[in-house]
Write a protein that binds this ligand. Sequence first.
Ligand SMILES: [Zn+2]
Length: 345
Amino acid sequence: MNAPFGVRQFVEQLPKAELHVHLEGSMRPELLLELARKRGVSLPADDVAGLRRWFRFRDFAHFLEIYLACSRCLREPEDFQALMTDFAAHQAAQNIVYSEVHFTISTHVGNGVNGDEIAQALGEALTTAEAESGVLIRLIPDIVRNLAPAAADVTLEWALAHRDKGVVALGLAGLEGVSVAPFGEHFALARAAGLRTTAHAGEQCGPESIHEVLEVCRPDRIGHGISAVEDPDLLRALAAERIPLEVCPTSNVRLGYAESVARHPFERLRRAGVAVSVNSDDPPLFETSLIDEYQVLAAAFGYSRSQLGELARSAFEHSFLDDGLREEYLERFDAQLKTLLETTV
Ligand SMILES: [Zn+2]
C-alpha cells in the first residue's frame, strides 16, 4: 500500500463511525477456532494460520461457505456475547466511536438458538462495551431476500421486539437477483413502528436493482449502491433526495464487483453529489479494516486530510442516531477534526 506518508496516522486518530459492517462477517479466525472447538463444529483447518488461509477469498460461493461456518459456531447466547465483545474491542482500537452492525437473526433462530436470549446477550455486550470503552453500537437485523418470507417475519418481529437492546433499523441482504416484492410490507411495518431502514442493492446487479428496492422497500440508505454510477438519472435522484450509499471498496474488489480500488466508482459517486460513507463490510474475510478502507481510498484518489475528514463526517451525518445524539456526535467530531487538522502536518 503506497499511501502518502502520514495518512494512516491521521486516519487512525480520526474519530470514525461505521454504518455497514456485518457481525457474523467480523469473526476473526482466532475467535472462530475457539467457538468451533467449544461447540464441536469441524472446520477445514484446525489452527489460526490454516483458517487465515481458508479465509483468503476465492469466489462468492467460498465466501458464503465461510460466512455460514461462522454462523454455525454461534450456538449459545454467550457465543454471541463473545463475538460482540470482540467486535467492540476491535472497533474501539480503530477509534470507531459509533457502529451500526448488520446481523442475520433468522439464520440463528433457524439453527435453533433462542432469539430473545440472543437479544439479551447482545444487549448486555453493547452496554458493557459502551461503559468500558465508550464505543456506541447499534443493530440492524437484516432480511435475507433469497430466503422464504417466513424468515423475514422472524427478522421483523425480532427487530420490533428488541429496540431496547440496540436495534435501530431493519436491513435487507442476500442475492440481488431475487425479487424483493414479498418484503415491501415488512419495510412498511418497520417504518410505521419508527425503525429506520437500509437495503443492500446495486452491488451484485445493475442500477435496476437499486430502482427496485427504492420502489418496494423505500430505504433511508442503500448498502453498496455502486452500480448507480451506470445510471445518470438515478445518480441525480440519489443526490437530490439525499439517499446515502454505504460503500465498501475492498469488499467490492474482492468479490469482483469492481476491478480495483483505483477503478472503483467511489469518487464518481462522490463527485455526482451522492452522499457516501466508507465501510469495511466483513473485515477479516476481506483482510481489511475501516482504517485500511480510508487509506486505500486516499491512495487511489489522492484525498487530502480535510477530504478524509469530510468522508468521516458523512458517516456520522447519515447514521441512524436520534437527531439530538447525532448533533452531539457531530459537534464533538467537528471539534476533534479541527484540532487534528491543526496539529498534524
Ligand atoms: Zn454487506
